[in-house]
Design a protein around this ligand. Structure first.
Ligand SMILES: Cc1cc2nc3c(=O)[nH]c(=O)nc-3n(C[C@H](O)[C@H](O)[C@H](O)COP(=O)(O)OP(=O)(O)OC[C@H]3O[C@@H](n4cnc5c(N)ncnc54)[C@H](O)[C@@H]3O)c2cc1C
Length: 391
């Protein structure tokens, strides 16, 4: 279904994981003349989340040479982000002054599949349905990676491995690295369609239907916050972001209860109440975490495999693409004999993570309507700890 999707026995770099970080790493390496291939566990057939991109996605996609193709994919343009945070009124933060134009709402599964196809189009094998079985390294530093593929078991030999497996860090864990987890945030996601949109698409123009909102909305509530955004094909996605234990205590996985909880977020409720849910809530881990070490001899971790941000930051995909470019530069430097290339990559990841934690504490500190509520008290405590240790 991807085409060109068989792994070959020898390569310079084997990228494990074909999400945005893995594909960006592969595209950048290929541009530098490396032989590179991508081993992806899925077939890109399941629902994926993370569908709002800031305007700054543009330079990353442009550097990877896929910006023009992105524009042809029918994603939704978004002029602003709306929030009710720190007060009950909504505010629009317009992108009008962004040098990169508008933000975007995408169908995330389609976006990831499109990006993988772009890689295949540039001669990079992206093999779906691959399972990691075993890794070993010989005395000359060559990796042997045994994998199961739909066509049978095979071994790939590579000089470098890139762990781009997302928050599972599958390769790094095999190399005895550990993930440091900062919270227990989860997202309970549901997709919606607009019944009047379906009716009006078979009726003459102007005869019915109402407009889906054009912007993403973030709305704080006592137990966390709600996120909702339009996505292509007249659909909308909405999620309750809260801690796993609070979600369990509230029974938030139950569809009826999820809807009841949403009514505590009046602005979100207003945009969803007439829409038709497409299924029960799906739960996604959304915690802040990082790998204790993001590189070693002959390997590195990139994207969510290296560190994860709270989705409130809305920049996961952008960061994954930027880090893919940086990971490729580090591998290139190391190959050229620059012993500082991988450590510098590691330091850049460390300082980006520290800066992210600082900003996260500030943003959660802006919402102080529910001091004693567990969700907010946890975040405010962490913010206080950070400012004391920084002072
Ligand atoms: C609830 C939630 C909401 C989010 N919302 C946004 C948003 O609105 N905007 C935004 O920019 N970011 C958002 N993010 C963050 C964003 O989705 C991630 O930062 C981004 O997907 C990271 O890309 P990645 O390639 O590093 O990891 P992933 O996208 O997780 O990709 C990893 C890939 O590796 C594959 N894989 C996993 N294990 C293996 C294995 N063992 N072998 C081979 N392949 C494997 C997976 O199938 C997948 O294709 C959100 C995240 C969450 C959890």
């Amino acid at each position: 279904m991807l085409g060109g999707d068989r792994l070959t026995a020898q390569t310079d770099v084997l990228v494990i994981g074909g999400g945005p970080a893995g594909i960006a790493t592969a595209l950048a390496l290929r541009g530098d003349g490396f032989r590179v291939q991508v081993a992806e566990r899925s077939g890109y057939e399941r629902v994926r989340v993370g569908e709002t991109f800031p305007p700054s996605i543009r330079p990353c996609l442009a550097k990877l040479g896929v910006w023009r193709s992105f524009l042809l994919e029918g994603h939704l343009r978004s002029p602003a982000i709306t929030s009710a945070w720190g007060g009950s009124e909504t505010h629009d933060q317009s992108h009008i002054f962004s040098p990169y134009g508008v933000a975007w709402h995408v169908d995330r599964r389609r976006f990831d599949l499109w990006l993988a196809r772009e890689a295949v189009g540039r001669g990079i094998p992206v093999a779906p349905g691959v399972r990691l079985r075993d890794t070993s390294r010989d005395a000359f530093g060559k990796w042997s990676v045994r994998v199961d593929t739909p066509a049978g078991a095979t071994t790939v030999q590579a000089s470098y491995l890139a762990d781009a497996t997302g928050r599972t860090s599958s390769l790094a864990r095999r190399l005895d690295r550990r993930r440091v987890v900062h919270d227990r945030l989860v997202g309970l996601y549901r997709f919606f369609s607009d019944p009047s949109h379906e009716a009006s698409s078979t009726e003459p123009e102007g005869s019915g239907g109402h407009e889906l909102p054009a912007t993403g909305l973030v709305e704080a509530v006592e137990d966390g916050w709600w996120y909702s955004a339009p996505i292509p094909d007249g659909r909308l996605v909405a999620a309750l972001m809260t801690d796993a234990d609070i979600a369990a205590r509230q029974g938030a996985r139950d569809p009826t209860r999820w809807h009841e909880l949403m009514q505590r977020a009046p602005h979100t409720w207003l945009r969803i109440r007439r829409l038709r849910a497409e299924g029960a809530p799906k739960v996604f881990a959304a915690n802040t975490s990082r790998l204790d070490t993001v590189f070693g001899s002959g390997w590195l971790a990139v994207g969510d495999a290296a560190m994860t941000h709270d989705p409130l930051s809305g920049d996961g995909v952008c960061r994954a693409l930027r880090q893919g470019l940086a990971a490729a530069a580090a591998i290139r430097g190391d190959t050229d004999g620059d012993a500082a290339a991988l450590p510098e990559y590691g330091r850049a990841v460390d300082s980006a993570f520290d800066e992210y934690l600082r900003v996260r504490a500030v943003v959660y500190g802006l919402e102080d309507r529910w001091h004693d509520a567990t969700f907010w008290a946890r975040r405010h405590r962490e913010g206080t700890r950070r400012s004391i240790s920084a002072g």
